[in-house]
Design a binder for this molecule. Structure first.
Ligand code: G6P
Length: 519
């Protein structure tokens, strides 16, 4: 029998051959998913025409294959100005637009509510608090008020979508910490899973949040709370133990609070290994030529890529500083290395994001001014959304991919890059402060705070022999293929099923999950 820690360690250490199943075994399981960000946004332009935009969120990348395979329902915020056009009386529409496989249920939120719930409490409060990257979290009473109001509205929409006791309710991320308890109140017989995609902070950091008690009580309404890494689980258990007079079993990773038992477990999220974007991608040479032509980069120049939302947690400015150091210390790369950074606009109305953007522009301009020349810019900054096909092409065209987050729950860009390299080439330079670095041990590890070392690592990657690239890439591809988004969904849904079966047979949650692990 495996305890929680053994299982998690096996997951993080083991490297086996890929076994991407064509049809995930959990296909058809009844699921209602809640996530603030919908996979699509419908926008009506000035000409009256409606266009559909895909979200660049890593959460969407992971959750959409699950809801698709289950033909489930996704409850989300209506962010586009034409999202609710053509929906039924309950705000539902079929998705994806081209090839419907599940249902989207939109919930409308007023501008004021959204400012408080999403921009305020979630993104000025919880986001910097959980990432702990030197941006001061801001907690306002009115933001928390709106957060609660909006959580209640989404909880009601989810309850509305639940038919009978079978559906598993799958609540995603820090936008909805209060929802599990709200749903439990109305639907005590359904199994509730809450997955926290971002890091969970140390208990001393959480003390900054005036409403930490409510957040924890809300989350503990779930039967399972999932995190990306074992460290997040430990932080969470220690927080709960410090704050409540309740039963915490760190060995089995179980909390009993207010008569209800919650399993706390790490499920490292993955990307869909075999997906349409991957399947239809042109050969590597075609991608290399196309990208170089589009960017105006010569064939002999080595290309690095970075794909991030424009967010201060992603360490984009620190990448530019490391590139500057590389060109200072290794002048032979001047004219022979170009770094293209996609920075997708995100949460633009928040001052911390605007400040991060200004800083990026300043640094990239300085580096280009110092080391650029006629027809050569070492840094190309592309500040716009790129769809998955464009991103995939960039990955396939690149000699290296640079992921430099100051702190990141998982980081799926790292895994997407590995997935894209069916030629077993290319180097992944990966921040040690990402959840992904626990699994992708064959990447070149960097600290975004150590600029000299990062510059050395970049130089090493640009000079890495093909045989070493291949050995490293193969190892990473095995991991990304095995622990893909279906593995993630399957693990979560299997545990959820074990718990709902336990409910029927009056078995304890831990006993039920332990039995499943033994099997
Ligand atoms: C992170 C969060 C997701 C979020 C994504 C994009 O990955 O964990 O919940 O969807 O960022 O951010 P946005 O605010 O645009 O949804």
């Amino acid at each position: 029998m495996f305890g929680q820690r053994d299982v998690t360690d096996r997951v993080f250490r083991s490297i086996r051959r890929p076994q991407a199943p064509p049809n995930p075994p959990y296909a058809g399981a009844p699921v209602v998913v809640l996530a603030n960000r919908a996979p699509f946004r419908h926008e009506r332009g000035a000409d009256g025409r409606v266009s559909v935009h895909r979200s660049g969120s890593g959460l969407v990348t992971a959750v959409e294959p699950l809801v698709k395979a289950c033909s489930g329902v996704w409850v989300a915020h209506a962010a586009g100005n034409a999202d609710v056009n053509g929906v039924d009386d309950c705000g539902r529409r079929k998705a994806p637009p081209a090839n419907p496989a599940y249902r989207l249920r939109y919930v409308s939120v007023t501008g004021d509510e959204y400012r408080g719930y999403y921009y305020g409490f979630a993104n000025e409060g919880l986001w910097p608090l959980c990432h702990h990257v030197h941006v001061q979290p801001i907690f306002r009473t009115r933001d928390f008020h709106n957060y609660r109001v909006v959580n209640r509205r989404f909880a009601a929409a989810v309850c509305d979508e639940i038919t009978g006791d079978a559906p598993v309710v799958f609540i995603n991320d820090y936008h909805f910490a209060l929802v599990p308890r709200m749903i439990r109140h109305h639907r005590p017989r359904n199994t509730i899973v809450a997955f926290w995609h971002i890091p969970w902070p140390h208990r001393r950091i959480l003390r900054i949040c005036p409403w930490r008690r409510q957040l924890l009580e809300g989350l503990l309404g779930a039967d399972i709370i999932g995190f990306q890494t074992p460290e997040d689980c430990t932080n969470f258990l220690e927080t709960v133990e410090a704050m409540f007079d309740c039963d915490v079993d760190p060995e089995r990773s179980v909390v009993t609070h207010d008569g209800h038992t919650t399993l706390v477990r790490a499920y490292p999220v993955g990307v869909e290994w075999d997906n349409p974007v991957v399947r239809i991608a042109p050969p590597i040479d075609v991608c290399r030529d196309r990208v170089r032509r589009d960017l105006g980069v010569d064939g002999h120049v080595q290309l690095g890529v970075g794909i991030d939302r424009l967010d201060y947690t992603k360490g984009i400015d620190e990448k530019f500083l490391a590139i500057e150091r590389l060109l200072e210390t290794h002048p032979d790369f001047t004219g022979r290395f170009v770094f293209v950074q996609v920075a997708e606009p995100s949460r633009e109305c928040l001052p911390a994001y605007e400040a991060a953007r200004r800083q990026l522009l300043r640094t990239s301009e300085r580096v280009n001014h110092r080391f650029g020349s006629e027809g050569y810019r070492p840094i190309i900054l592309l500040e716009r959304h790129h769809d998955p096909t464009e991103v995939h092409r960039l990955y396939r065209a690149a000699d290296l991919c640079y992921v430099n987050s100051l702190h990141d729950g998982m980081n799926l860009v790292a895994k997407e890059f590995v997935r894209a390299r069916d030629d077993d080439r290319g180097v992944l330079v990966l921040s040690q402060f990402t959840g992904a670095s626990r699994q992708l041990t064959a990447a070149l590890s960097v600290s975004p705070y150590a600029l000299d070392e990062s510059a050395q690592t970049l130089a090493r990657s640009l000079r890495m022999p093909c045989s070493e690239q291949t050995a490293r890439m193969r190892q990473m591809r095995n991991v990304v293929a095995e622990f893909d988004s279906h593995w993630w969904a399957r693990r979560i849904l299997e545990d959820a099923t074990a718990i709902s079966d336990a409910g029927r047979t009056c078995m304890t949650v831990e006993a039920a999950v332990a039995l499943r692990l033994e099997a």
